[in-house]
Structures are given as C-alpha cells and as structure tokens.
Write a protein that binds this ligand. Structure first.
Ligand code: CTP
Ligand code: MG
Length: 181
C-alpha cells in the first residue's frame, strides 16, 4: 500500500474521533459533569467538561460516520483509494472514546494542579486518539484490526497532533476557543 493510501485511510477512519472535540467547543455550556464537586481541594473535572458539550460531541462524531458512509463510494473513486465504511458501533466508539479521552485528560490536569484551560503538551494532542482507538478496538475488534494497521496507527500518531494544533489555532483566531490549544 502506498503512503498516500495509508494516510488517506488512517485520516478518514479517524474523522469521527476528530470532530467531537470541536463540536463540544461550539456546543459547550450548561451543567458541568462534575457538578462543581472537588477532590483534594481541586475540581474533579472543571467547568470545561459539560454534559451538553459531551453529548453533542458524541452525536456529531457518530453522525459524521453515517454521513461518511454515504459519500464513501464517491470519495474512494475521487481519491483512487478503497476507503473504509463505519459500522455504527465503530463510529459511536470512536466518538465516545474521543470525548472520554478529553475528559480523562481534564481529570489528570486537575490532579496535577492545572487550572481550566491550562496546556498539557502531549496530553492535549493525543488523549482523545488513545481512547478513541481503545474504544474502537474493544467495540469493533475485527473492523478496527483491519482498518488500523500498524502503519495506519503510525500515521495517526504523527498527523493528529499537527491537525489538533492547526484546528485549535483556527478556533482561537475565530474567537471560538479561549486558548490556542
Ligand atoms: N467542552 C464541553 N464539554 C466537553 C469538552 C469541551 O462543554 N466534554 C467545551 C467547554 O466549553 C470547554 C471548551 O469546549 O471550555 C474547550 O474544550 P477544552 O479545551 O477541552 O476544555 P478547557 O476549557 O480548556 O478545560 P480543560 O483545562 O479541562 O481542558
Ligand atoms: Mg483546553
């Protein structure tokens, strides 16, 4: 398989995991998941993790997987690459995993004394990838094993932080996000 094919398949397969965080930024607000509770003097998660943001993020990622299935034949023809389609459970797992990873990262940030919005380089860029892949491998093992080959995983780990930095910088420049990370 060519490098182009590997990159195209890896990024296509990760799209349902890329969208939830951005959808949550647009939809955020309302009741925080931790309801203001603290643990050892710090918020459990903080005001940046809300029920609404999480629900909209998971829905957006899952809906995107369904939409990608609809355009897959055209996209595959256009790119000359046999792109994968998403079983519903795989799309849901990628989206829910991405949101879970982001929430787990906030939990770790609060435990390490970082206030809401503080950067945690490395964690910020890869938290959601690790959990999205974990959820996908658990929920749809046969599908995930076929799509996420070792080389596809390598592409994901290298390209995702770059995409994350660029999209967050754009969201910050547009005034959608409070910090550029
Ligand atoms: N958001 C949300 N629910 C989530 C994730 C994100 O409502 N599960 C919204 C919040 O409005 C949040 C914004 O998206 O402020 C940006 O997300 P993120 O950068 O993950 O949160 P931070 O506010 O930076 O908080 P943290 O330090 O905990 O990451
Ligand atoms: Mg943040």
């Amino acid at each position: 398989m060519s490098l182009f094919e590997t990159v195209a398949i890896a990024l296509w397969a990760m799209l349902p995991a890329y969208v939830p965080n951005n959808a949550a930024v647009l939809a955020g607000g309302g009741r925080p998941i931790d309801a203001g509770r603290t643990w050892r003097g710090k918020r459990v998660l903080g005001d940046g993790k809300t029920w609404r943001g999480t629900a909209v993020g998971i829905l957006a990622g899952t809906a995107l997987a369904v939409a990608l299935n609809a355009v897959e034949p055209a996209a595959s023809t256009a790119l000359g690459v046999e792109l994968p389609t998403f079983p519903l459970v795989a799309g849901l797992a990628l989206a829910a995993g991405a949101m879970t990873g982001d929430i787990a990262a906030s939990f770790l940030k609060r435990r390490t004394g970082r206030e809401r919005g503080a950067a945690f380089p490395g964690l910020d860029q890869l938290d959601f990838v690790v959990f999205a892949l974990l959820f996908a491998f658990l929920a749809a093992p046969a599908w995930a094993t076929e799509v996420f080959t070792l080389s596809a995983l390598a592409v994901v780990v290298v390209v995702t932080p770059l995409l994350h930095v660029v999209t967050n910088a754009i969201a910050y420049a547009l005034g959608l996000k409070d910090e550029p990370w």
